[in-house]
Design a protein around this ligand. Structure first.
Ligand code: GLC
Length: 805
């Protein structure tokens, strides 16, 4: 801990005189070569690719190379290839214009500064200058309007809107409490969304070395700075944040549809110490009727922390354990760190050394750094062959009946002053050596790629689950992200909302914090509130550290246990919605949970609103995140809303006070919503009762479509058409409410044999008529709610309820 000495006068560094910076200077020539537009300046070159109609790539070469020597290799983050067809260049007196369908690039002849302009002539992104110092560290500054707001940037502390913040991109293992001034955490996603009053756009700086984003130091200007490597940016057009996100995830990829069990509740602890303890834990979940799909095994499952081993005394028969657990509907997710114990009697260490698969120092010796097993070596995941070797090592776990892996410490974390690998360490990079410092932020992503692909190769057609702590842009293609070592602080519960929401706006839809908090001690109240919130987060795992109070759902007595049970069950009740949203995320890049700004971009009240969020677009959660609080303000944007618990109708564009006793997390449903729900099961492995319930929230004038997706939840058969997709449409007029079900794709038997549609808030009378009820259907009216029940539709269903007042 620091004391005041930290700020004693002699600690203040003498300000260094400002360095002389170089810039492009005047444009001296312009040419198109292949799929490149080359802009030559007095002191450097800009090479441009058109990636798509709304994405332009600009790579700076701060030197006057001959054009044949421009290396346009990007990083593994980018999966989209540049287009071949280039737009024509137009010339005006002062500028050159390069026009794509969604954006015009305007380059100043005088100083090479760049402006992006939309088709309506609005200035979009205004790049003042690119400047570099003698070490080729580049700073790019952009001018914005005073009303600009910032989002994205991956996993960062602070609030939703990053205005007034500065962040560092350098994957770091930070155990000290994550506070607003923590500039770097485990993930680095150098992707910024700028929201201006008339449109939004994105900038992705594809540099996996140390970089900085500064939205603080200068008024109405933000800057991006590199330390090593190249200044390689992608401008991504909007006009809405949703458009930016779709394009960004086209560029860096989207997640694969995870197995459904990964969407269930996960229980973890550092550490469950033995096979017996794990089995007892699983049985307690079942005895207490608390759903659970996965138990995580932390580092104590290993033999002296050697990865790909089990401790023979504590875990004598892992396969027998996973078989017994499978009967209970529970899967095991063991931790795998990159540090391999330096031990000449250990097969994996020897294979690493002999196969030339380790990160080496300049002298050719393996980099050795201490982590849990003591001195350890680190696989060089930049080599394809090493990734394949590592991936296949997971057969060890697959043979023990395991389908999910937890990758930790993969920044990589090393116990030492720099907290990571020596930056001079050399990565072979498939024969194109590169220093660790230049690619540090890629290490975790490459490890996850090795893991995910290895699992895929060895799981006989079942979908893998990989969880990671470290990552870089594109990590969503390989792993879900948990936000590392938070604490059992109310502040950390609150911070996990903007953190996970911004991860979602950075392409990572599958994310969540350690629910209940990792370090320090949870209270029953904190756990209950955090479970309530976590139940709607994409990744839902309760994890805590060895010296903290236990925080399994029953650890604080029956009242808290009941609340935890109810909300974990709510998660399973909402599984049909969750799974459909995961499918949407996999297809479009839209996040599963969303900040309100994503759905209401012109409502300035929500620009920095991050103590509420939406699950999908129609379910709004307003968690309580302070102790002793039984009510809170909730902002409901425009439209009609319904209290999920009481059904009370509230008109939006206003804030209300929601009552929130300990057993209630305020939840609101937007008018027009079609909310699919199922009877909770104790695990996604268990068969449900076959009923699907659709709550249809009528308003009198709603018009809304929801796409309900389902498949077997664990194989890739859906890729061959074995899935069901139902397009559900609610259309209301003053005379009738029409609800249609279009089985747009029927390729899977399905688990919901019986469908029930509850029309809520529909003004029905004895004269109301119902048309279109499928054969075998029944009608019931209770307390004004009309309920229609029928077998799973095989054909179009068009239910029409004539109101006839
Ligand atoms: C790291 C992880 C934490 C894990 C611990 C022991 O601190 O972030 O989740 O429990 O290591 O493996």
């Amino acid at each position: 801990m620091l004391n005041s000495e930290a700020i004693s006068p002699d600690k203040i560094e003498n300000l260094q005189p400002a360095q002389e910076l170089l810039g492009m200077g005047r444009i001296t020539g312009l040419s198109q070569e292949g799929n490149l537009l080359i802009v030559k300046g007095e002191h450097g070159i800009l090479a441009l690719h058109k990636m798509s109609e709304g994405i332009i790539r600009i790579k700076l070469f701060p030197e006057l190379l001959t054009t044949g020597n421009l290396d346009m290799t990007g990083t593994i983050a980018v999966v989209k290839e540049a287009e071949h067809h280039l737009p024509e260049i137009q010339e005006t007196k002062e500028t050159y214009l390069w026009e794509t369908k969604h954006v015009i690039l305007d380059m100043s002849k005088a100083d090479c500064s760049l402006r992006f302009i939309d088709k309506a002539g609005n200035k979009v992104a205004d790049n003042n200058l690119l400047a570099w110092d003698e070490k080729r560290a580049v700073t790019g500054t952009f001018t914005v309007s005073p009303e600009a707001h910032y989002y994205g940037l991956g996993e960062k502390t602070g609030f939703l809107d990053k205005r007034g913040e500065r962040y560092e991109m350098w994957n770091s293992d930070v155990f000290s409490p994550h506070v607003p001034e923590t500039e770097a955490l485990y993930q680095s996603i150098p992707f910024l969304i700028v929201h201006e009053p008339h449109m939004a756009y994105g900038i992705f700086l594809d540099n996996p070395g140390r970089t900085f984003f500064d939205m603080r130091s200068q008024k109405d200007i933000y800057s991006m700075q590199t330390e090593t490597g190249s200044f390689d940016v992608y401008f991504i057009a909007g006009p809405q944040i949703k458009d930016v996100l779709k394009r960004y995830t086209l560029l860096t990829g989207r997640m694969q549809l995870p197995p459904q069990w990964a969407l269930g509740y996960h229980q973890s602890r550092y550490s469950y110490l033995s096979q017996d303890e794990v089995l007892q834990l699983a049985n307690t979940f079942r005895e207490k009727d608390i759903p659970c799909d996965a138990i995580h095994l932390d580092i104590h499952h290993m033999n002296e922390y050697r990865v790909f081993t089990f401790d023979p005394v504590r875990f004598p028969d892992p396969l027998a354990m996973t078989r017994e657990l499978r009967e209970l509907g529970i899967r095991i997710v063991p931790i795998v760190d990159p540090g391999v114990k330096e031990d000449t009697h250990y097969k994996i260490y020897n294979e690493g050394v002999e196969g030339g698969r380790l990160c080496l120092m300049k002298d050719g010796e393996p980099f050795v750094g201490p982590v849990w097993p003591g001195p350890s070596v680190f696989p060089d995941f930049t080599d394809d062959e090493t990734r394949e070797w590592w991936g296949d090592l997971h057969r060890f776990y697959m043979e023990a009946g395991i389908e999910g892996i937890w990758n930790d410490m993969n920044e990589p974390a090393v116990f030492g002053p720099t907290m990571t690998m020596d930056v001079e360490t050399v990565h072979n990079n498939n024969g194109r050596p590169v220093s660790h410092g230049a690619v540090h932020n890629l290490y975790g992503l490459l490890m996850c790629k090795a893991t995910a692909e290895g699992l895929q190769r060895n799981l006989d057609g079942r979908r893998p689950f990989v969880l990671t702590r470290a990552g870089y842009a594109g990590i969503q293609r390989y792993a879900a992200v948990w936000t590392g070592d938070n604490r059992s602080y109310w502040e950390h519960m609150a911070m996990s909302m903007p953190m996970v929401l911004n991860l979602g706006l950075s392409g990572v839809a599958f994310a969540g914090p350690d629910v209940g908090g990792f370090a320090f001690h949870a209270s029953g109240e904190l756990l209950a509130r955090w479970i309530q919130m976590g139940a709607l987060f994409p990744f839902f795992r309760n994890h805590s550290e060895q010296s903290s109070l236990r925080q399994e759902p029953w650890s604080f007595g029956p009242e808290i246990e009941n609340i935890c049970r109810d909300y974990i069950k709510l998660r399973y009740r909402l599984m049909p919605l969750m799974y459909s949203l995961f499918k949407e995320a996999a297809e479009t890049g839209m996040p599963v949970i969303r900040p309100l700004i994503l759905e209401y971009p012109s409502d300035s009240v929500v620009y920095n609103l991050c103590d509420q969020f939406l699950l999908g677009s129609h379910l709004l959660a307003a968690p309580v995140y302070r102790p002793g609080t039984t009510f809170r303000a909730v902002y409901l944007p425009e439209g009609t809303w319904y209290d999920y618990w009481t059904g009370e109708r509230v008109e939006g564009r206003d804030s209300i006070v929601a009552q929130a006793p300990l057993n209630i997390m305020p939840l609101y449903v937007k008018g027009g919503a079609i909310l699919p729900q199922a009877e909770p099961v104790s695990s996604t492995l268990m068969e449900g009762n076959g009923n699907l319930r659709l709550d249809v929230y009528c308003t009198g004038s709603a018009n809304n479509i929801f796409e309900l997706y389902d498949d077997d939840g664990e194989s890739y058969a859906y890729e061959k058409g074995k899935y069901n997709l139902f397009k559900l449409h609610l259309l209301e007029s003053s005379e009738a409410a029409e609800f249609s079900i279009d089985p747009a794709h029927l390729g899977y038997t399905g688990k919901w044999m019986q469908w029930t549609v509850h029309f809520k808030n529909l003004q029905i009378t004895e004269h109301s008529q119902i048309e279109g009820l499928p054969d075998g259907g029944t009608v019931e009216t209770d307390a004004g709610v009309l309920t229609l029940t029928f077998p799973q539709p095989k054909d179009n269903v068009r239910l029409r309820v004539k109101i006839n007042k």
